[in-house]
Ligand binder design. Structure first.
Ligand code: CP
Length: 311
């Protein structure tokens, strides 16, 4: 694995390897990638972020890396510098890997092909969000001990959601059953997964994953009536009461409380929303470790993983 840009193209065994490493970090393994010299990684975010950017930074620092922070709005982007030239600049001054979030679909994948250092996709437009998917998979694994055979219902703004896309591809690769539910105009027919009725599917699923309404990507009306949306397509308390006893609630966040999910459910016993954020640090450590650990560094301990996610 030279880059981490898509869950559509990555092989299942590579996802499993990353999940095993995520588990090792979640269980206390430490690892120093810069034991002999300072090593730098750059976070290039061209779109707002709280969780992804900050958890990458925590992951990078836990691995002993020096973090080059970048704020597009205070950079030479304002003088017209392209994303490619910006990325080349960071490579030239010593960054060994780039974490990139960009509003244009496929932009990060194109950069990964053009550059000769590892690139990690931190979200490209409505394309993919593979590290979010990795942390989501790990959260499901923690809960159920396997991914294969899980029934996962993804609900909401599918058309504009990079989280839905990455998760659908990865879950399928690992043998889960993926079902989608959305308003008719938010269905993405290019995704080869069945659309189901939310009220029928809610009783059958092990995981109900809600999506943020991506207003910033909507071409048409941004006038969403919160209470009407919650009643029709959101997770209400009534729907939550019909979920299977062991089923869990997930949401990549940020959350529109009272729109995609009733405020009372955000931190309920079934919710794993803040657990997902915690796991984001371990998943991102695993990705960086996989890309930058070329035998130059030392282990903090010798944690061994022992399970296969797909079985
Ligand atoms: N889930 C997620 O990508 O959140 P941020 O936009 O805050 O990074």
């Amino acid at each position: 694995m030279n880059n981490f840009v898509s869950m559509k193209t990555i092989k299942a065994n590579e996802i499993i390897k990353l999940l095993e490493q995520t588990d090792a970090f979640a269980n206390g393994q430490s690892f120093d990638l810069s034991s002999r010299k300072k090593r730098f990684i750059a976070n290039l975010f061209y779109e707002p972020s709280t969780r992804t950017k900050m958890s990458f930074e925590v992951a990078e620092k836990k691995l002993g890396l020096e973090v080059l922070d970048f704020h597009a709005e205070r950079s030479s982007v304002l003088k017209g510098e392209s994303v490619y030239d910006t990325a080349k600049t960071f490579a030239s001054i010593g960054a060994e890997a780039l974490v990139i979030r960009h509003p244009i679909n496929n932009q990060v994948q194109q950069l990964a092909e053009a550059l000769d250092l590892p690139v990690i996709n931190a979200g490209d437009g409505a394309g993919e969000h593979p590290t979010q998917s990795l942390l989501d998979l790990y959260t499901m694994y923690q809960e159920f001990g396997a991914i294969k055979g899980l029934n996962v219902l993804i609900v909401g703004d599918i058309l504009h959601s990079r989280v839905a896309r990455s998760n659908a591809y990865a879950l399928k690769a690992l043998g889960a059953n993926v079902y989608l539910a959305a308003k008719p105009e938010w269905k993405d027919q290019s995704l080869d997964f069945p659309y189901v009725d939310l009220d029928q599917a809610i009783e059958q699923c092990d995981v109900v994953m809600l999506l943020r309404i991506q207003l910033e990507r909507h071409q048409q009306s941004k006038d969403i009536k919160a209470s009407a949306y919650l009643t029709q397509y959101g997770l209400t308390v009534k729907r939550e009461q019909r979920m299977k006893k062991e089923a869990i609630i997930m949401h990549p966040a940020p959350i529109n409380r009272g729109v995609e999910i009733d405020d009372k459910l955000v931190e309920c016993q079934r919710s794993r929303i803040f657990k997902q954020m915690e796991n984001g640090v371990y998943a991102r450590m695993a990705v960086i470790h996989q890309l930058l650990n070329k035998g130059e560094s030392r282990h903090g301990n010798d944690y061994q993983t022992m399970f296969a996610y797909a079985h």
